[in-house]
Design a protein around this ligand. Structure first.
Ligand code: NDP
Length: 336
C-alpha cells in the first residue's frame, strides 16, 4: 500500500522527500471483513492550496485541522468500494469525500459517516470524467458556487473580477458569473492561462506578472468592480480596493500569495472598505453543506449542456503553491 506521508513541518515551500515522503506498507486485501466494514481503492486525489495550511505544528490553531505527523496526508478523493460488508457503501460504488492519500483504505460505516463520505454513482451513467468529481463538481466547484451566491450577491449587469482565475475555483466562478449575465474579468500568471480565460468566455483577462494590474483593471473594468472574487490577497487586494464600487462586495475565499511567506505582507487602502461601504466577508466552503444538492444539480446540468469548460491538470501540490498548475490539480491514481 503506497502512502503519501506528512513527515515534517515545512519552512516556506514544502520539500518533497523531506516534508512529504512516500512509504510502502503491507495491506491484506483478502483479510475477512466485519459487518459494516469495507475497503476502498483510491482512484483520484485532489490537491488543493489549503493543504499547505494543514502542514503545520499541531499547536497552531486554524480553520482546518493540522495533518497528523508521520501519517498519510488527507484530502478530497474519489474512491471505489472494492470489497464490502456495508449496506451504506456497497461494492462497486464510487465514494466521494475526505480520505487518506494511500492506495487502499479499510473503513467502517461509523468512520465513513463521520468523514461525510457520500456515494456518488452519477459518473457511471452521465459520462462526466471521475476527476471532475473532485474539481468542478467537488469542493473547489462548491467553493465557487457558495462564494458567488452566498457572499457575492451577484447581479446581472455587474462587473466581477476574479484573481487566480484559471485555477480550480476561479475558472468555475468566472463561468457561472458569465452565465448569470455579469461582465467577467480575470487575472492569471501566464499568457497561456490568460488565453484560456478568454476562450472560456471571460470578457477580459490579463497576466498580473507581466502587466500592470492597476492599469489593466482601469481598462478592463470601465465601470469599476462590483464584486471581487479574492483568491490571492496581499498587493493584489490593495490595488483592487481602489477599483471597487460603492457597495461593492469582496468574496474573501483565499489569499494564496501569503501561504508560504514567513511574515504576512501589509495591505494598504483599507479605508476604501469604510468609505465605499464594501462588504468584505470570508467563508469556508463547509459552512454551506446545505447548498450541495442544488450546486450538484446546477453544475452537472451546465456541464452536460456544455456551458462550462473545465480544465484539469494532472500534476501535484507544489505546482499549485508555485502557480505552475493550469487548471484543477488532480492525481489520477488508478482506473476503476
Ligand atoms: P488553484 O487551482 O487556483 O491554484 C493556485 C493558483 O494560485 C496557482 O495556479 C497560481 O496561479 C495562483 N497563485 C499561486 N501563488 C500566487 C501568488 N503568490 N500570487 C498570486 N497568485 C498565486 O487553487 P484553487 O482554485 O483550489 O484555490 C484558489 C483559492 O481559493 C486559494 O486561495 C484557496 O486557498 C482558496 N480556497 C478557499 C476555500 C474556502 O473554503 N474558503 C476552499 C477552496 C479553496 P497564477 O498562475 O494565476 O499565479
Amino acid at each position: 500500500n503506497t502512502q503519501i506521508i506528512f513527515s515534517k513541518v515545512p519552512t516556506g515551500y514544502p520539500v518533497i522527500g523531506e516534508d512529504i515522503t512516500v512509504k510502502k506498507t503491507e495491506f491484506d486485501l483478502d483479510a475477512p471483513l466485519n459487518d459494516g466494514e469495507f475497503i476502498v481503492k483510491n482512484l483520484v486525489l485532489s490537491v488543493d492550496p489549503y493543504m499547505r495550511g494543514r502542514m503545520r505544528d499541531a499547536s497552531v490553531k486554524s480553520y482546518s485541522p493540522p495533518f497528523d505527523m508521520n501519517q498519510p496526508m488527507t484530502g478530497h478523493t474519489m474512491r471505489l468500494v472494492i470489497k464490502s460488508k456495508s449496506s451504506l457503501y456497497p461494492e462497486q460504488s464510487y465514494v466521494y469525500g475526505l480520505g487518506a492519500f494511500e492506495e487502499y483504505t479499510k473503513l467502517n460505516d461509523q468512520v465513513a459517516k463521520a468523514y461525510g463520505l457520500v456515494v456518488r454513482n452519477d459518473p457511471k451513467t452521465n459520462g462526466i470524467p471521475l476527476s471532475n468529481y473532485v474539481g468542478v463538481l467537488g469542493m473547489p466547484g462548491m467553493t465557487a458556487y457558495a462564494g458567488l451566491y452566498k457572499i457575492g450577491e451577484i447581479k446581472k449587469g455587474e462587473t466581477i473580477y476574479v484573481s487566480a482565475a484559471s485555477g480550480a475555483v476561479g475558472q468555475l466562478a468566472g463561468q457561472i458569473a458569465k452565465a448569470q449575465g455579469l461582465r467577467v474579468v480575470g487575472s492569471a500568471g501566464s499568457d497561456e492561462k490568460v488565453a484560456h480565460l478568454k476562450e472560456i468566455g471571460f470578457d477580459g483577462a490579463f497576466n498580473y506578472k507581466t502587466e500592470d494590474t492597476d492599469a489593466k483593471l482601469t481598462e478592463l473594468c470601465p465601470n469599476g468592480i462590483d464584486v471581487y472574487f479574492e483568491n490571492v490577497g496581499g498587493k493584489m487586494l490593495e490595488i483592487v480596493l481602489t477599483h471597487l464600487n460603492t457597495f461593492g462586495r469582496i468574496i474573501a475565499c483565499g489569499m494564496i500569495s501569503q501561504y508560504n511567506l514567513t511574515k504576512a505582507e501589509k495591505v494598504g487602502n483599507l479605508m476604501n472598505i469604510v468609505a465605499k461601504r464594501i462588504k468584505f466577508q470570508g467563508f469556508i466552503v463547509s459552512d454551506y453543506a446545505d447548498l450541495e444538492p442544488q450546486f450538484l444539480a446546477d453544475v452537472t446540468q451546465m456541464i452536460l449542456d456544455k456551458k462550462i469548460k473545465y480544465r484539469k491538470d494532472p500534476e501535484a501540490f507544489l505546482d499549485v503553491l508555485h502557480g505552475r498548475n493550469f487548471g484543477k490539480q488532480v492525481v489520477d491514481v488508478a482506473t476503476p
